[in-house]
Design a protein around this ligand. Structure first.
Ligand code: FES
Length: 281
């Protein structure tokens, strides 16, 4: 493997190395899963440590856990936003640090925190800084994952109206009619590193929301979103984005091409892991 394969961008390399040094004690946790949690102590640095996130379930492959969900809100004009937790200042080891955390999210009892997204180097992205200036809309990225998005331009906001055919949509991969997906980015305007997300609108999500307070609070009108970074080695997976998924019984799931991890977007579960601290800025 060449250096350029390992480190696609120079700037990414610098941050990657910094992140690994800062989180050295935690580096193995992602690969070994829940068994490592007992031996890990709370991390130092801003806002790391054991966290319990809601995630789309990892159902096959080497990934240690699901990918974290991003609670959704839809504005009056139908544009989709990922909710960012409340920004506040807390004392950590005698030092005041800023964190993004909402306790008792919409009355569910769930603590929603930016720590949910602090793995795979994302903890060092500008958009993960609690006070990063963003309107939090999901926008189209530089390389949209679906044919239906080909008319959209980078930076366009995702809107409910784009998903009108969600009950029938299909693209020849797996079964049609399960839901309509989009790829996008979040909190990444003017940032060097973009935060990849996926969103899906599905009748199934609507039904799941009827019986589950967390899903009801974190989804809307059948829309559900997650941070699209594989918890194995940080590739960007996809829902119905490659025909290869069928070979691994994942044509109707979220599939990571790198090492065949599979995630079920219609199974939202709690995952416990050790979030990496944000690097000191
Ligand atoms: S399965 Fe290894 S990075 Fe996704």
């Amino acid at each position: 493997m060449s250096e350029s394969d390992k480190y696609p961008e120079d700037s990414g390399r610098r941050r990657f190395v910094k992140g690994v040094v800062g989180g050295a004690a935690l580096a193995g946790v992602g690969a070994t899963g829940a068994t490592a949690i007992n031996s890990a102590t709370s991390s130092t640095g801003a806002g790391g440590g054991t966290t319990e996130a809601y995630a789309i379930e990892n159902v096959a492959g080497p990934a240690p856990r699901g990918m974290p969900q991003i609670p959704i809100e839809i504005d009056d004009e139908g544009y989709l936003k990922g909710v960012w937790p409340e920004v506040k200042t807390v004392e950590e080891n005698g030092v005041s640090v800023q964190v993004a955390e909402t306790e008792n999210y919409k009355g569910t009892g769930v603590t929603y925190s930016s720590e949910w997204f602090q793995y795979c180097g994302v903890e060092s992205y500008a958009g993960l800084q609690p006070d990063y200036d963003s309107d939090n809309y999901f926008v189209v990225g530089s390389n949209p994952g679906y044919e239906w998005m080909s008319d959209l331009s980078q930076g366009d906001r995702l809107n409910v109206s784009m998903f009108d055919d969600y009950q029938d949509w299909g693209n020849g991969i797996g079964q049609a009619g399960l839901g309509k997906p989009a790829t996008g980015t979040w909190r990444s305007q003017d940032a060097e590193d973009t935060i990849p997300i996926q969103v899906i609108r599905s009748e199934k999500i609507k039904q799941m929301a009827e019986n589950d307070p967390w899903i009801k609070a974190s989804t809307q009108d059948g829309f559900m979103a997650w941070l699209n970074k594989c918890t194995h080695f940080c590739c960007v997976p996809g829902y119905k984005q490659t025909e290869d998924a069928a070979k691994f019984d994942a044509a109707d799931d979220v599939y990571c091409q790198c090492h065949q991890s599979v995630y079920d977007p219609f199974s939202i579960v709690q995952t416990l892991f050790v979030a990496r601290p944000r690097p000191e800025s």
